[in-house]
Structures are given as structure tokens and as C-alpha cells.
Design a protein around this ligand. Sequence first.
Ligand SMILES: C[S@@+](CC[C@H](N)C(=O)[O-])C[C@H]1O[C@@H](n2cnc3c(N)ncnc32)[C@H](O)[C@@H]1O
Length: 313
Amino acid sequence: MGKKISKLTKSSSNNNESELLEERTNVSHSFKYVDGKRYHNIPSLRYHLPNDGDEFDRLQMQHYLSRYIWQSNFSAPVHELLSNGGGDTRVLDVGCGPGTWILEMSSDYPETELFHGIDIVPIFPDTIKPFNASFSTQNALEGLKFPDNYFDYVYMRFLTAAFSTEQWETVVIPELVRVTKSGGYIEIMEWDVKIYGQGPIAKRLMDSFLADLRSRGINDCIVEVIQEFMEKTNQLTNIEHDTRTNPQGLYAGQLGKLALDNGLSIFRTYKPKFSKDYNMTSEEYDKLIEDFIKEMDIYQPHNITHRFWAKKI
Ligand SMILES: C[S@@+](CC[C@H](N)C(=O)[O-])C[C@H]1O[C@@H](n2cnc3c(N)ncnc32)[C@H](O)[C@@H]1O
């Protein structure tokens, strides 16, 4: 009974906070539809991946794939803090998408007061979520709508396709640091956008994908400079960087299949563009993708993910 009351008390105080956070919105959202897929409709943004059901499935799969590869949801030394932070511990997830990381973390750490996600589109669940999880629609490039030193742990994952190099350096990383409390942690996780050991079909598809990212002003090698940008803030210490390699392709069992499905989902999204660029019919493009899958058994390629984390001075 006592436990129930304290949960209810927590829940209602969190609702007040959620309402306050809801007011911090700096984005008016609408969607646009292209080739049957749903996208955000904010012309100033570089981010161009869809935000429909297929993409939610991909993000969810990518979450479980990442958790398996790393055998954890995070690398910063925040387990103790989140387990018994004393009731006012707050966590922020920037670009949270449908919120799989937040939903899992807020269930794993019920003692943490708040797990708050922000994204340019409100695709975070409205109702069915843990009592300590909440969301507001915000564009990280317009500055995070939080006071300085507000969160104990600030997390951001898979935003490579969202920002230019200059935005990473001058807006995004400084904002993550600004809203983190002194003594708190920030963590960034990203894919290295390459297929290592790729065959000729993978190279063709990846060259097209990278050319498209670059045409949007995206730095597909951002993992090479994230640590440098963290150091340049002069507000972070104990900066750590770690990587994991994972196989991609049916040759590597279930793990390789998940990584392959992740890539396939992207290449299917790009089908209208790439089949036009390659002057292929729909059937020819599907055949190319089938051959890409088979080619992986021969070349046995792999991907790399990176995590960077640091403590705010
Ligand atoms: C590839 S998804 C990753 C989602 C989530 N972090 C995860 O790991 O599943 C990138 C997300 O960043 C969001 N995003 C893109 N640009 C953004 C911006 N300027 N501010 C906030 N969110 C942004 C997108 O809407 C999308 O939900």
C-alpha cells in the first residue's frame, strides 16, 4: 500500500513536470508524404529519413541490435545515479524518435524522477508509458528549451543524418553540455556509416547513400570528430570512446540478419530514388537487393558502432 501511494505521488508530480515540459515546444509539426512514406515537414532541416510505421520497426530493431552488440543500453557510469539518485535525477534523450530507449530505461530505473525525450516529430507514445517518461516536441538546432545544468544524464543516439559538421560542433554538442548538471554525464552513440569489407553491390548502394547524405550537407564521418568536439567545449572531463564491431549478413546468424534487415530497410526507403538513378525497373532494383543479400555471404562484411561519454566539470 505504502509503495502504491509513493508511486502515485511520484506519478502526479511527474505529470506536472510533463505539462511544464510540454510547454517547452519550439516546433509546430505537420507531415509530408512522398512515394507513400511519411516525413517531417520542416524545410530548414537536413534530416530526411521517414517517420512512419516501417521506420518505427527499423528503429526498434536497431535498438535491440545495439543493446545486444553492446550488452547494455549505455556506457557512461550512471547506473548508481539512476538506481538511487535521490528522487530528483533527470535524464534527457535528444532525438528520441518513438522512444524505445527511454521506455526501456524508465522501466529499468523507476527511482529516476524523469526520463524526458525530445524530437522534431511527436512519435513518442502518448499514453502507455512508464510514469517517469515524458516527451516534448523540440528542434535541437534551435536550442534545447531547458535551463542550464538541468539534467544529470544527457543521451543522444543515431543523429548522424540530422546535422552538418558545423551544427555538431557549434550547436548540438554545446547544447548537450549546457543542459547537463556539473558532475553529470553526456553520452553520444553513432554508427560509422560504412559497410566494412563490402562487395561491389554494397559499394554501389553505399556510394549512392553517402552521396545523398553529402548532398544534404551531412558528415557521414562524424564519428571521427565527435571526441574532438567534446574536448573543445572545455567543460568535459573523463572523455571516453569505445567501439563494437558486428557482422552484417545472413552468414552471421541472427545478429547478422538483424544488421542486414537494418540496411535493407534503408535501401528499400531509397528504392524510388536509386532505381531512377540506376535507370532500373522496380523488378530490376528488387533483384539488385536480392543479389546484395547473396553477395554478403561471399564478402562477409561488418559494421562498427561508437559510443562517446564524458563527465561535465
Ligand atoms: C535515426 S532516428 C533515431 C531515434 C532514436 N534516437 C533511436 O535511437 O531510436 C533520428 C531521430 O532524430 C530526430 N531528429 C532529426 N533532427 C532533429 C532535430 N533537429 N532535433 C530533434 N530531433 C531531430 C528524427 O525525427 C528521428 O526521430
